[in-house]
Design a binder for this molecule. Sequence first.
Ligand code: F6R
Length: 364
Amino acid sequence: EKAGYDHFMLKEIYEQPRALRDTLISRLEDDRVVLNEVDLTAEQLRSFRKIFIVACGTAWHAGLVGKTLIERWVRLPVEVDIASEFRYRAPLVDEHTLVVVISQSGETADTLAALREAKRNGARIVAITNVVGSSVAREAHDVIYTWAGPEIAVASTKAYTTQLEGMALLGLYLAQTRGTLATEKIREVIAALRRLPAQAQEVLDESEHIKDLAQSFVEIEDAFFIGRGLDWNVAMEGALKLKEISYIHAEAYAAGELKHGTLALITDKTPVIALATQIDVYEKTLSNIIEVRARDARVIGITFKGNKDLDKLVDRVIYLPETIAELAPILTVIPMQLLAYYVSVARGCDVDKPRNLAKSVTVE
Ligand code: F6R
């Protein structure tokens, strides 16, 4: 059932081109998104004044990316909450609020409780989930399914990348109804979405390099993942992957925030994974990389092919096929998933069933 792979996690990482393709099927026309499963009138879609995104763990990380996409494309304020916080903080939710609940399993106790709390306050609930007929799917008003297929490994991989597609689809859908994006821009995003599955495959085809790199992570105790904007959000997911399956302490930091304390921890023993795909803050990120280099950190850069100067500043660059800024996280996360995987294997950890963790967290 692992189809020749050593672990479910690796199998699921390699399924991403297929999962990404399936999640888009029949949802894209050349200049518009079709979400037949969302039963909202144009009037309802225009009535929202605020959006909350609520989730746990990796799904919360997908929500952080979703915030930027929706705020950029729809110009509506978006708050992203961890479900276990949202449910106890009396959030300002009413009938003009859209609450997007993200959950791979659709059974996470805190996420489900947050959904119910929002519903009780009159919000409209759209779920992004991977399990048909799950509790979250049944209790939400509308469901956008991710078609990742069953995810067995505890560490979430293909669910995350398809959740990011789900956020992009929802963002475009809101934008086209509310008229907040030019048709040309919608066309550009859709064309970029269509290229993603093949581009994900290209990244996977380079996995041998990541496997080599992983060997130099086996003995470390700490690692930092830095970036700005969406790169920071996906850095959080990279750090979580490494922590949960290799038990190495890893922290994600907004690159501009390092100098407010964290630089004190950077030494030649703390490798730094620096994400630099977001072109509007590229130069700023490069200057933060220079700061960590000055503290003798080994730096692995991740950027698009064609981006200059990073190779002169870091020990090693992982190049990704180019996509639009908003979709970069879908490709950026893949080398980090592979890195966590190969480090975990090399350290002899139980990759698919890391200690203390369960696949579906149905208790608080
Ligand atoms: C991390 C991971 C967890 C889950 C979280 C939410 O790799 O798998 O952080 O993302 O427990 O689970 P779902 O998405 O099923 O609600």
